[in-house]
Design a protein around this ligand. Sequence first.
Ligand code: CAA
Length: 403
Amino acid sequence: MHELLSKQNIEFMERAREVAEKHIRPRAAELDRTAEYGWDILEALKSYGLTGVWIPKEYGGEGAGVLDLCLVVEQLSRACGGVGVSYAVNALGSFPIILGGTEEQKERFLPPIASGEKLIAFGLSEKASGSDAGSLRTTAIQDGEDYVLNGHKKWNTNGGVASLFTIYALTDPNRGMRGISPLIVEKDTPGFTVGKREDTMGIRTAWINELDFENCRVPASQLLGLKEGHGFKNAMMTLDRARPGVAAQALGLAQGALEWALRYTSERRQFGQTVMSHQAVQFMLADMATQVEAARQLVYASARYIDSGAKHVNKIAAMGKVFATDTAMKVTTDAVQLFGGYGYCKDYPIEKYMRDAKITQIYEGTNQVQRLVIGRALTRELKELTGHLDLTVEHFPDYDPKA
Ligand code: CAA
C-alpha cells in the first residue's frame, strides 16, 4: 500500500521502522519487565530526526502532518506499544500550544520539544473528571502577574519524565467549562509535585503519574493565548488531532501481533503440518489481516482529512480511534490464541501486545466517548439529510409521524 503514500511519508515511516527494529524491539521485553523509561530510545529518536515530526518548521520541527506522525507511531508500536504512546503524547501535549499559543509562547516552548530536549505531558483528567472532561476542578486564579494553581491531575502519560505540562484549570470557577483555560507549567515550579506512578497492566515503559498543585504560581505569560476561557475547546481540538496517534499506536500493535502470529504459525507443527496450513487457522489469519488493513486505511484517511485543514474533524478522528483500537484488541487476542498455551506465557512476546492494546480502548477518550462523538455528529448531519430524503406516504405508505 506504499503507492498511496508520498515520498515524505515513506521516508518518515522507514526511519521509524529502523529505530523500531534496531533500538526498540531488542529492549521491549526488558522495558516491560523493569517499567523503565527508554531514555536510550529517545536518543535514537533524536538522532533519526523524529522528535519534532508534527511541529512546524519555524519552531524547529519537521513541519510534517498528522499522517506522518501516525506513520511513525505505527512503526514504533509494532515493536512496543509503550514506546509508541510515550512518543505520541509529546504531540498530544504540544498540539494545545500549536493551536492556541501566542507567537512568543510557540517560540519559547516548541523548539525544545521538537529537538527532544524536553518531553511534554497533557493534564486534563482528574480523579472525578475523566470522560466528563468539562467537570474538572483544578483552579488557576490570577493574582497579580501569576496564576495560582490548586488541585490535582490524574492519568498523565509522560508525567514522571516530562519537563513541560499542558494543564487545564478553571480560571473562572463560576463559568463551568467556559471558565477552563490551558497553562504551560514547568517541572520545577514550586508548589507542583509529580505524584504517584500507576502500576499498569500494559504500556509499562510509559510513565503515568498523578500531578499535584498546591499554591503553585505560574507566570501569567504561560496562559496559552494570553486569554482565559478557551480551554475546553482547545482540549477538544487537541484531542481531535491526537486521537489518530492513539489509533496508530493500536494499528502498530495489531500489525506487530499479526506478524508474530504469522511467524509462529508458519513454524509450529501439529498433526504433521504447520499450524498455518490448517484452514481454520488460515481463516483466522485472513480475518486478522483484513481487519488490520481496514483499520490502517481509516486511520490514514482520518489523518489526511485533518492535514487537509478541514474544519469538522471530530467524527472521522473518533471513527479511526474506535475502529483501530477495537481491532487491536481483537487481533492481539486472536494472536495470543494462535500461540496456544505459549501465548499466555511471558517467555513469548505476544501476551504483551494484548496487554498493551487494552488501554488504547480507554485513553484519549474511551471508545464509548468516541461513539458518543460519532453519534452526535450523525444527529447534526441528519438535519441536512432530511432535506433530501422525504419521509412521505409515497415511500413509506404506513408512516405517519403524528400517529
Ligand atoms: N472541537 C471544537 N469544539 C468542540 C469540540 C471539538 N471537537 N467538541 C466540543 N466542542 C465545543 C462545543 O461546540 C461546545 O461549545 P459551545 O458551548 O460554544 O457550543 C463545547 O465545546 C461543549 O461541548 P459539548 O456540549 O459537546 O461537551 P460535553 O461536556 O458534552 O463533552 C465530550 C463532550 C466529547 C464527552 C468530551 O467531554 C470528551 O471528549 N471527553 C473525553 C475526554 C478525553 O478524551 N480525555 C482523554 C484525556 S487525555 C489522555 O487520555 C492522554 C493519555 O493518557 C494518553
